[in-house]
Design a protein around this ligand. Structure first.
Ligand code: AMP
Length: 188
C-alpha cells in the first residue's frame, strides 16, 4: 500500500504512521525524521536543513524531493510506503507524481488528519520538541495552511479525512475504516 499522511503540526501523524506501518507492513518514511537524523549526524544535508528546521521554515523543495526520491528507491519501499510529512507543497506533490510514474506506481490513498486547535496545541506542548515553542508552532501552522492545505486539491479523489481526536487506538480504528480495511488487521 502506498499512502500519504497529511495534517497540521500536532495532528498525530508520526504516532499513527508508526502504528499503521506495523499493521500494513510498509516502511514509515517521515521527512522530518530524515532531516533530524541528518542534522544529528552533521552531514552536509543536515547542516543545510538545520537552519530551516530551527526557524520552522520548509526546507527547499528540490533538496527535500531529492532526499525522498533516494529513500523511495531503497528496497524496503518497493512494495509500499507510508509517507509522513511529504509532500508539503504543490511542487513537491507534482515531483512525487513524477517519481512514482517513473517507477510505474501510483498512490492508494491520502489520509488527512484533522483536529481542533486546542487539541493540536495541547499535543505539541506535551511533546516539547525544540521547534515546538509557541512562536514556531504558530509559524508552522501558518505554513501548513498556506502551503500544505492546497496539496489536498492535487489529490482530490484520493483524500480520506479522519478526525484525529480521542485515544490513539480510536484514531487508528477510524483510519483503518476510512481506508476500507477491516479493524481486525490491527490485532495481527
Ligand atoms: P515534521 O517532523 O514533519 O513536523 O517536520 C519538521 C521540520 O522538518 C519542518 O518544520 C520542516 O522544517 C522540515 N520538513 C519536514 N518535511 C518537509 C517537507 N516535506 N518539505 C520541507 N520541509 C520539511
Amino acid at each position: 500500500m502506498r499512502l500519504l499522511l497529511i495534517g497540521p503540526p500536532g495532528a498525530g501523524k508520526g504516532t499513527q504512521a508508526e502504528i499503521l506501518s506495523r499493521i500494513l507492513g510498509v516502511p514509515h518514511i517521515s521527512t522530518g525524521d530524515l532531516f533530524r537524523d541528518q542534522v544529528g549526524r552533521r552531514t552536509p544535508l543536515g547542516r543545510e536543513a538545520a537552519r530551516f528546521l530551527d526557524a520552522g521554515e520548509l526546507v527547499p523543495d528540490r533538496v527535500t524531493t531529492d532526499m525522498v526520491r533516494h529513500r523511495l528507491g531503497e528496497p524496503d519501499a518497493e512494495r509500499g510506503f507510508l509517507l509522513d510529512g511529504y509532500p508539503r507543497t504543490v511542487p513537491q506533490a507534482q515531483a512525487l507524481s513524477s517519481v512514482l510514474a517513473a517507477g510505474g506506481t501510483t498512490l492508494d490513498a491520502v489520509l488527512e488528519l484533522t483536529a481542533p486547535e486546542d487539541v493540536l496545541v495541547d499535543r505539541l506542548l506535551a511533546r516539547g520538541r525544540p521547534d515546538d515553542t509557541e512562536d514556531l508552532v504558530r509559524h508552522r501552522r501558518r505554513i501548513h495552511h498556506r502551503r500544505t492545505v492546497p496539496v489536498l486539491g492535487h489529490y482530490a479523489g484520493l483524500v480520506r479525512t479522519v478526525e484525529a481526536v480521542g485515544t490513539v487506538e480510536d484514531i487508528t480504528a477510524r483510519i483503518l475504516t476510512a481506508l476500507g480495511l477491516p479493524e481486525s488487521v490491527s490485532t495481527r
